[in-house]
Design a protein. Structure first.
Length: 160
């Protein structure tokens, strides 16, 4: 789905490091692999304020800020300030974390998966190609009746 979502922008490329590794995938491993592949590049990891607030529960979180610069973006319902993060994570390097306020868009992957499971529309919440892929492959359908929806009706705006 990442390939589909980024296909129209030539500035994006999709890495297979997580796919090719096999087994459980943790952010620290992904960043270490990307750093090994691109040792002269500066890596940035962008994540929502909600995820950043729970970063200390991530596998090997202590290593993360050495592997990449983090960008925390605001999310509806999550207040995030430099002082809050610094008190949680101790003394970070000055440029280890940047917080960015973005317009409030209440879109989350959890909500999108739930909407797909409930056969509710996904249009305008993700790139059109991804909506079509989710529909075609019946991703996140859960217990829904496979015969109850058709790709034709979904493409027409009914359902996903």
């Amino acid at each position: 789905m990442t390939v589909i979502a980024t296909a129209s922008n030539p500035r994006f490329s999709v890495s297979r490091v997580d796919i090719d590794r096999g087994g459980p995938t943790y952010t620290k491993d992904t960043l270490a692999d990307l750093h090994a592949l691109h040792p002269d590049s500066e890596l940035y990891f962008t994540t929502g304020a909600d995820a950043l607030a729970s970063i200390m529960s991530w596998q090997g979180w202590e290593e993360l800020f050495e592997l990449a610069r983090f960008v925390g973006v605001s999310r509806p319902g999550y207040e995030l300030r430099n002082e809050h993060i610094t008190s949680l994570l101790g003394q970070l390097a000055k440029d280890a974390l940047t917080l960015v306020e973005i317009p409030a868009l209440a879109i989350s992957s959890t909500d999108c998966r739930q909407r797909a499971e409930q056969s509710r529309p996904l249009w305008y919440l993700m790139p059109d190609g991804v909506v079509q892929y989710v529909s075609k492959c019946r991703l996140y359908c859960g217990a829904c009746d496979a015969g109850a929806r058709s790709t034709t009706s979904l493409a027409a705006g009914n359902g996903l």
